[in-house]
Write a protein that binds this ligand. Structure first.
Ligand code: IPE
Ligand code: IPE
Ligand code: MG
Length: 258
């Protein structure tokens, strides 16, 4: 179990332990080339492969990718079907490779609306890779940050049914284990490609103290060098978690400054 960044200050290293990415801009990438949107989504899948590899090389332990939001059902039916197809094919073709590379695979989101075949592949993939420790790759599919908090509350009350006093307080530490990513520390670095500067109902709870990084680069163009730029920006930040800058300086430096 990982404690919340608002309760306990996590250790901060040069490389973010957990990177969470909103992979945006596939459609615009395709449009710029006068290609159908699906071409952008296909290229986006290739980008995912490259970023997984680059994340491992850089020592990132958790990589979380937003693949389909709970709001993306609003897209034209045809695009939704294409995205579901791509997801299914990626599951069929990539999970074995993930396992060969010692990657633990997880999916978060409300899978109840998905095709049973997708649900089976997800369960099988999670089962196959559960013991792997090199990188934890989480795909957020039909995920919404508000859904996550609501489902955590529902599961909390279900687990404590009968044992709760009517006025029992529900605090941060009590709810955290029921959130869908309770197996991971909170993201250190959040990246959004595609130029938009918004969270779009991604990990609302878990991003409480993440460093935010936005780039205009479209997702199909995002490569290892672009990831390095994001990490360089992350390194230049001072993560205070509510403290003052002075509190973060080592004692010797503080003495020298006096
Ligand atoms: C992100 O790219 C992929 C998904 C949301 C599935 P978009 O499809 O949102 O690309 P743009 O924003 O239209 O360029
Ligand atoms: C966010 O991208 C969701 C994913 C990348 C899966 P969108 O392109 O759907 O976001 P909005 O709706 O423009 O904010
Ligand atoms: Mg978009």
């Amino acid at each position: 179990m990982h404690t919340s960044s608002t309760r306990q200050i996590p250790e901060v290293g040069d490389v973010p332990r957990h990177v969470a990415i909103i992979m945006d801009g596939n459609g615009r990438w395709a449009k710029l080339r006068r290609l159908p949107r699906v071409a952008g989504h296909r290229r986006g899948v290739e980008t995912v492969r490259g970023i997984i590899r680059a994340s491992i090389e850089r020592g990132i332990e958790y990589l979380t990718l937003f693949a389909f939001s709970s709001e993306n059902w609003r897209r034209p039916q045809e695009e939704v079907s294409i995205l579901m197809d791509l997801f299914m094919r990626a599951l069929e073709q990539e999970v074995a490779k993930l396992h060969q590379n010692a990657i633990r695979f997880r999916v978060v989101g409300d899978l109840s609306r998905f095709d049973p075949r997708i649900r089976e592949l997800v369960t099988a993939g999670e089962e196959l890779t559960r013991g792997n420790t090199r990188l934890t790759l989480t795909i957020a599919a039909n995920y919404g940050g508000r859904w996550d908090i609501a489902q955590a509350a529902r599961r909390y009350y279900r687990a404590h049914r009968g044992a709760l006093e009517p006025d029992a307080p529900l605090d941060v530490e009590a709810l955290a284990p029921y959130l869908s990513m309770s197996y991971a520390p909170e993201p250190d670095l959040f990246v959004r490609t595609g130029g938009e500067q918004r969270i779009s109902n991604f990990l609302l709870w878990q991003l409480a103290y993440a460093e935010l990084y936005f780039t205009d680069m479209l997702w199909p163009d995002f490569d290892a060098a672009a990831l390095d730029d994001a990490i360089a920006s992350y390194r230049a930040r001072e993560r205070r978690f509510g403290r003052t800058s002075e509190q973060l300086q080592p004692a010797a430096e503080q003495a020298a400054a006096r």
